[in-house]
Ligand binder design. Structure first.
Ligand code: A3P
Length: 292
């Protein structure tokens, strides 16, 4: 295990040093999985908070009709970043977890196809753009400085989550070992309703028309941005710590914002590296909704 101010490297993968629960890491393999556990797994900045909200809305009537007052992060907490020290063993079923873990570090129960996994991926140019801005918000992440500098770190995997290519590739190539549904951020953006239905079908959760309406409405960017239970502002302010007052978790929520931040040269470099790492992978990517 190697550790500095920002990164903790455990078995070849970078965790957020100040927030990770090392005890959990050391016992990950044997962490007991229940058949009805639901995992949301992502590389950072790929739509985690959005899908946490969708899962919570699908499962909890009190969230859908706004009768209870629990933040999404407490309903679908991170396994490896147990910020609010939840006793996972005492959680009632079905339990929900979020995680940025690579395929090879997850509890072995998941590899036995116990529990369901929703894996959300996003085009890596938008991931990097989102990540760059995000790094300048949290005190727990190394500041992004400028885009050029951040791009070096992102491509080298010197960020929380390590190399994006390895994360997505690893999960995709090992998909047959898991009970897993792949969702694409851009498809969710294009057609949120169909995406909600796809997720609920995979989870075998029956929803009425009215339920679906309520979920779609409350999972839009605008709604989440203004909903304190959904937008993480509280946990960032009180438990994680802000570097500056500017910048929000829900920043733009668009597809193709990378075009406003990459130079032509950076884009070409990125394309080459993408090709080299991903060319034989049959996963679809959408770089810009207008170009579809
Ligand atoms: P941007 O920085 O590009 O705006 P994560 O939760 O994995 O950290 O991902 C955060 C990204 O998802 C941010 O991207 C955020 O705005 C976007 N996002 C969150 N909720 C969303 C929603 N309801 N619709 C669209 N994008 C959303």
């Amino acid at each position: 295990m190697e550790k500095d101010t920002y990164l903790l490297n455990y078995k070849g993968y970078n965790f957020e040093s100040p927030l990770v629960d090392v005890d959990i890491l050391e016992n990950l393999d044997d962490f007991e999985i229940r058949d009805d556990d639901v995992f949301l797994i992502t590389y950072p900045k790929s739509g985690t908070i959005w899908t946490q909200q969708i899962l919570s809305l699908i499962y909890f009537e009190g969230h859908r009709n706004r009768t209870d007052d629990l933040a999404t992060i407490d309903r679908v907490p991170f396994l490896e970043y147990n910020i609010r020290k939840i006793d996972f063993l005492k959680r009632p079923s079905p339990r929900f977890f979020s995680s940025h873990l690579p395929y090879y570090l997850v509890p072995k129960g998941l590899k036995r196809k116990k529990a369901k996994i929703v894996y959300v991926y996003r085009n890596p140019k938008d991931v990097m753009t989102s990540y760059f801005h995000f790094s300048n918000i949290l005190v727990t992440l190394e500041a992004g400085n400028n885009m050029e500098h951040f791009m070096e770190r992102f491509l080298d995997g010197k960020v929380v989550g390590s190399r994006w290519f390895d994360h997505v590739r690893g999960w995709y190539e090992h998909r047959h070992d898991f009970n897993i549904l792949f969702m694409m951020f851009e498809e969710m953006k294009k057609d949120l309703r169909s995406s909600v239905l796809k997720i609920s079908r995979f989870l075998e959760k029956e929803l009425s028309e009215a339920d679906v309406e309520a979920i779609v409405k409350q999972a839009t960017f605008q709604n989440m941005k203004s909903d304190p239970k959904a937008n993480y502002e509280d946990i960032i302010k009180h438990e994680i710590g802000r570097r500056t007052d500017e910048g929000r978790f829900l920043r733009k929520g668009t597809v193709g914002d990378w075009k406003h931040h990459f130079t032509v040269e950076q884009n070409e470099r990125f394309d080459k590296i993408f090709q080299r790492n991903m060319k034989d992978l049959p996963l679809k990517f959408i770089w810009d909704l207008n170009e579809e």
